[in-house]
Design a protein around this ligand. Sequence first.
Ligand code: BDR
Ligand code: CA
Length: 313
Amino acid sequence: KMPVVLDVDTGIDDALALLYALASDRLDVRGITTCFGNGDVETTTRNTLAVVSLAERGAPVYQGAAHPLVGQWEPSAEAFHGTDGLGGYAFTPQGIAVQAQSAVQYLGEVTQELSGEIVLIATARLTNIAAALTAHPEMVRRVKRLVIMGGAAFVGGNVTPVAEANIWGDPEAAWIVFHSGMPITMVGLDVTMQVRISDAMLETLDPRRPYAAMLKGAVDFYLGAYNPGRLIGDRTAPLHDPLAVAVAEEPDLCDTIPYAVDIERYGTLTRGMTVVDRREWLPLRPNIDVAVGVDRDRFMTTFARRLGFDDRI
Ligand code: BDR
Ligand code: CA
């Protein structure tokens, strides 16, 4: 089994990513670290514990950053994830508690223990990973690969016309991580916008799954946010974070191209943009494997089966 650590800001699609990872026979989820993002860090941590309490297997949860490396956290995702991060379906988990150790300490330890093997999956701001790299620089050589849900290479952004939420929410952290030298795969909006859940699919969720009621409500909210005012026909919404987990598990799920990618930190219109250098005639050093295409059907079939949806939809 592949040992992985998930870094999340739970969040509706993070919840789906956690359930996907914790039901995998091929992934060994060693730990989960939490970051601010879709809510403040207390909220995202509580939501992470709640989702883990309903998942097929458990994993220890470590609380991480409450604010970006520079500046403060400001809510930006309430329209998509609700004020509670789970579209009104958040609940306080029973019989499961957060670990005493901080996310940064844990990342330092687990990468030492599983040096050369451990794969990190980040579906949140890169604040925890950047802080861990600063505290434990040897992590760069110990992490086998970091798979990031974040950025937008050749399509527009979502929080701004050019910036995707996980990079926009802490560009200084993203800059540290992108320039660290770690092997990184960027699963950005280029591919995540192509894998979508629909009303028809949600209807087929097996009601016997322990998370069925929570997921039905939360994903219905998420579909509403992505399709404002739409009353006729199926609504669809992207499965950003689950795709990053799937790519960690099955790297050939996405076509990737190595590119030199930088993070815009100072632009008044472009802060948080992932700037991809495509100039073939320059001897650029690629630092990121950018996902540019996805085997949509393969992902959707595995996603549906694993979480309890009908895979024919
Ligand atoms: C990303 O931003 C967050 O709100 C989602 O959970 C996802 O990780 C999409 O841009
Ligand atoms: Ca997320």
